[in-house]
Design a protein around this ligand. Structure first.
Ligand SMILES: C[S@@+](CC[C@H](N)C(=O)[O-])C[C@H]1O[C@@H](n2cnc3c(N)ncnc32)[C@H](O)[C@@H]1O
Length: 219
């Protein structure tokens, strides 16, 4: 989990960031408070340039209804909620009260709280309990890596045709392509990437942004 697009050289990363729309004051304050209060976990937050992309994408596809699996202190959800627009609806799934209480405060500060519903429960339970006919335009997966395939299998059927799935950490700081790395997380990510690649319901690409963001479109 990286705070920057770690596949790029530092110089090229700086160049990319300086030629991309940057985070506003609310996102910068959220990132700073996350780092101050939860220094050991702050690296879980998505990269700022990834956040910009995750506001642009829902705008580009006209998304109104989205779901996020893994909210932490709210950076990615705030970016998505902005991209969904005023009548958008974002369902956030997480299990941690303390981290998501910070998210709630920043959603209020950014004026997007009314668009977001947070469910504090294991995400698989939340997804399996949704009404059978509920369909999303966009889904984002960024929680426990061993469950990625299970989240994918819950979410692909719930996307509208042309809907989009985003999946974080699909390069795992480059470890996916390093045969010497065989820890559980990297094996889970490799297994997920293989699973998604073989899935004919979607067409997909791994973008080398942040820690590797898979972008999949349902056919
Ligand atoms: C990598 S962080 C998410 C970072 C977030 N997207 C951001 O931009 O700040 C992963 C989150 O997944 C949550 N999580 C882990 N296991 C979970 C589960 N089984 N169900 C729901 N959330 C889970 C953790 O509590 C944590 O907040």
């Amino acid at each position: 989990m990286a705070l920057s697009s770690g596949q790029l050289s530092p110089e090229l990363h700086d160049y990319v960031v300086s030629h991309s729309t940057g985070p506003d004051a609310v996102l910068r304050a959220l990132a700073a408070e996350t780092l101050e209060r939860f220094p050991g976990n702050a690296g879980m937050q998505i990269a700022p340039e990834q956040g910009t992309f995750m506001t642009l994408l829902p705008r580009l596809i006209g998304a109104r209804r989205a779901v996020e699996v893994g909210t932490f202190t709210g950076y990615s959800s705030l970016c998505l909620a902005r991209g969904l627009g005023e009548d958008g609806e974002l369902l956030c799934c997480d299990v941690n009260e303390e981290w998501t209480s910070l998210a709630r405060r920043y959603w209020e500060e950014a004026g997007v709280a009314e668009r977001i519903q947070l469910r504090l429960a294991p995400a698989l339970d939340t997804l399996r309990e949704l009404p059978p006919d509920l369909v999303f335009d966009l889904a984002f997966i960024d929680a426990d890596k061993p469950s990625y395939v299970a989240y994918w299998e819950e979410l692909v059927p719930r996307l509208r045709p042309g809907g989009v799935l985003l999946v974080d950490n699909t390069l795992w700081s480059g470890a996916v392509a390093d045969p010497d790395r065989q820890d559980n997380s990297v094996r889970a990510i490799r297994a997920f990437n293989d699973h998604a690649t073989a899935d004919e319901r979607v067409e997909q690409v791994i973008l080398p942004i942040g820690d590797g963001l898979m972008l999949a479109r349902k056919r």
